[in-house]
Design a protein around this ligand. Sequence first.
Ligand SMILES: Nc1ncnc2c1ncn2[C@@H]1O[C@H](COP(=O)(O)OP(=O)(O)OP(=O)(O)O)[C@@H](O)[C@H]1O
Ligand SMILES: [Mg+2]
Length: 362
Amino acid sequence: MATVSFDKATRIYPGQEKPAVDALDIEIEDGEFLVLVGPSGCGKSTSLRMLAGLEDVNAGAIRIGERDVTHLPPKDRDIAMVFQNYALYPHMTVADNMGFALKIAGVPKAEIRQKVEEAAKILDLTEYLDRKPKALSGGQRQRVAMGRAIVREPQVFLMDEPLSNLDAKLRVSTRTQIASLQRRLGITTVYVTHDQVEAMTMGDRVAVLKDGLLQQIDTPRNMYDRPANLFVAGFIGSPAMNLVEVPIADGGVKFGNSVVPVDRDALSATTDKTVTVGVRPEHFDVATDSDQGLAITVNVVEELGADAYVYGTAKVGGDDAKDLVVRVNGRDVPEKGSTLNVVPRSGETHVFSTSTGERLSD
Ligand SMILES: Nc1ncnc2c1ncn2[C@@H]1O[C@H](COP(=O)(O)OP(=O)(O)OP(=O)(O)O)[C@@H](O)[C@H]1O
Ligand SMILES: [Mg+2]
């Protein structure tokens, strides 16, 4: 087991000017499950491949434990990688697929068998060891790919969207299995996904990337409660946080007919005339009075049973109507076309600089 550090690691692909990954700085603890998340093309796979030794590092360094591995070939890094296209060998049995890397490394047959059986037990694959991959379900194949990584007992696991071939239901159950397996084995893991729900449910910490730049690295809780900038605020959470540009008023910001109190320091930190206020859908209270707060015209109500999401429009700051999402009690949903008055709950608003996107409130 080992720590992993990206020390201002940069990758510029040949012929490109802009780095695909720009001075990435992350310290991963021994045994930690770190998730790299971000939109397509933000540099997740490139970061992982740099750590694996499959991609050159043009500046900075990468360390595994005490070792500087920046220029070591993949085979000397003591890592095991699970890819999206886990490509099992179709002509080999599950047992042979799982033991293949050990066989290449010249490990004695009996020892391979023992390690494969141990891994199969952990992964609930014992009864499938003699089958060929085509006679397995998608989830079982995915577990064989995990087994291939486990038998090597590496210092670090690297996983690049390993669940994206599975259907939605299987993905949910498999992500729980992988997370609990990782905790049991205690092997430092770097996991790549573009799915923020996967990131938030699996990671000890989550690192959000955009355009090759690290935006924030934090626990899922902190990431949700205190997003560092507008990008993270909009990316983490589903439905997304409502983000509206509002004028600064005396003692706070003007939100429809209410002034929402906002930390003075937050407002004095900007020279802009407006700030961007973020409110999560679950952080609105329905007002009892129709001239209170913000009047939302209800366009669509999405009923989920316990809760319902109201999709509507409102004039928040200026004259332009703005789309908003509000979570309401599932037993008390407004009619389509009606008006719903809501007030952002105090202490649950996020304030960002409109010009820089940086968080202003604490
Ligand atoms: N071999 C390459 N040569 C040139 N540019 C590349 C190469 N591989 C990736 N890129 C570019 O580098 C950037 C980061 O790519 P990367 O594959 O790391 O993104 P990603 O975050 O994994 O995206 P996805 O979620 O779509 O897998 C992208 O703009 C991509 O076009
Ligand atoms: Mg990728």
